[in-house]
Ligand binder design. Structure first.
Ligand code: PEP
Ligand code: MN
Length: 339
């Protein structure tokens, strides 16, 4: 929508129409009491490229169509996308997916113990970081490739598919071989080169919302993966930076129904990184189920008090059975059962 200034004359309106029509965009002139608006109907990118804001008599150019394309529920898809991971269906209306495990693979024993505990309690998948994107270069960076071996073993013993984060294209092949779902973390949501690499790997992707990204930016990031022909993208709301500092981040639960409305992709919630406090994880998980999320990804440890990373937010593995039951009960209130 091109809004002209109140002073714009007919010659200026005609010039805008001519410019639009020259590139095959249909122009509809709508005179108003104070100003004239011109509807530009055609490829939004093409209209943007014309830089109409610079033309005489133009006040504003307001995009009406949404900026994301392949992720949009308006375009291409009518049915919700269901991401299938070794028999688990993420995004299916009747299932709720519980991804659980340690923040980081610290040792074989630590990871195997958590894996067994979450598997017993009915988790759908195991999470665990091998390469950690730490805010400080002096913090523990993860065990790297040896951790992938541990995750492989955990999957073999428990049968749980494994989710782990890719931070660097250099590790892409090793990750693709070892894990079932490739996570792109909040800090890399706008690492477009990495998104394209992940798109080409062809593995299911768990894409987390950036710390300070809008949901529309999350959907455009998803477009980077989708355009490589990889349809299996799970979106994750994990809390954003706001003026509020009581919790580690502010969990934007409103993003969940918004995303369910505007995209065909599955949406899950990370209550662990959002809150930073294990006491808040269960209520936020129940809320995630109630608000229509397709699942949660949650941190669990046998001994969180000695964890090298994110100890205060990790649930005790010994509490995980009761936690899973409470969340499963809430999911059943909205017609879902644990996947
Ligand atoms: C994680 O899930 O391990 C993680 C680092 O989360 P985020 O990218 O959301 O901070
Ligand atoms: Mn963590």
């Amino acid at each position: 929508m091109v809004v002209m200034t109140p002073q714009a004359g007919q010659a200026e309106i005609d010039a805008v129409v001519k410019r639009l029509e020259a590139v095959g965009v249909h122009a509809k002139v709508m005179p108003g009491e104070l100003t004239t608006a011109i509807g530009a109907i055609g490829d939004p990118e093409g209209v943007r490229a014309l830089a109409l804001e610079g033309m005489a008599g133009v006040d504003q150019v307001i995009p009406i169509s949404r900026p994301y394309k392949l992720a949009s529920s308006e375009l291409s898809h009518h049915e919700p996308t269901v991401v299938k991971v070794d028999g688990r269906r993420v995004g299916a209306q009747e299932t709720f997916c519980l991804i659980a495990g340690p923040c980081t693979v610290e040792s074989r024993e630590q990871t195997m113990e958590v894996a067994r505990a979450v598997q017993r309690a009915g988790a759908s998948m195991l999470r665990g970081g091998a390469f950690k994107p730490r805010t400080s270069p002096f913090s523990f960076q993860g065990l790297g490739e040896p951790a992938l071996e541990v995750l492989r073993e955990a999957r073999e013993e428990t049968g749980l598919p494994v989710v782990s984060e890719l931070t660097d294209p250099a590790h892409a092949d090793a990750m693709a071989e070892a894990v079932d779902v490739i996570q792109v973390g909040a800090r890399n949501m706008q690492n477009y080169g990495l998104l394209e690499v992940v798109g080409k790997l062809g593995k299911p992707v768990l894409l987390k919302r950036g710390l300070s990204s809008t949901v529309d930016e999350l959907l455009m990031a998803a477009d980077y993966v989708l355009k490589e022909g990889n349809e299996n993208v799970i979106l994750c709301e994990r809390g954003i930076r706001t003026f509020e500092t009581a919790t580690r981040f502010t969990l934007d639960l409103g993003a969940v129904p918004y995303l369910k409305l505007h995209t065909h992709l599955p949406v899950i919630v990370d209550p662990s990184h959002a809150s930073g406090d294990r006491r808040l994880v269960e209520p936020l998980s129940r809320a995630a189920a109630a608000v229509g999320a397709d699942g949660i990804i949650v941190e669990v440890a046998t001994d969180p008090d000695s964890a090298l990373c994110d100890g205060p937010q990790q649930l005790y593995a010994s509490d995980f059975g009761a936690f899973a039951k409470a969340v499963g009960d809430h999911a059943s209130l909205v017609g879902r059962r644990l996947a």
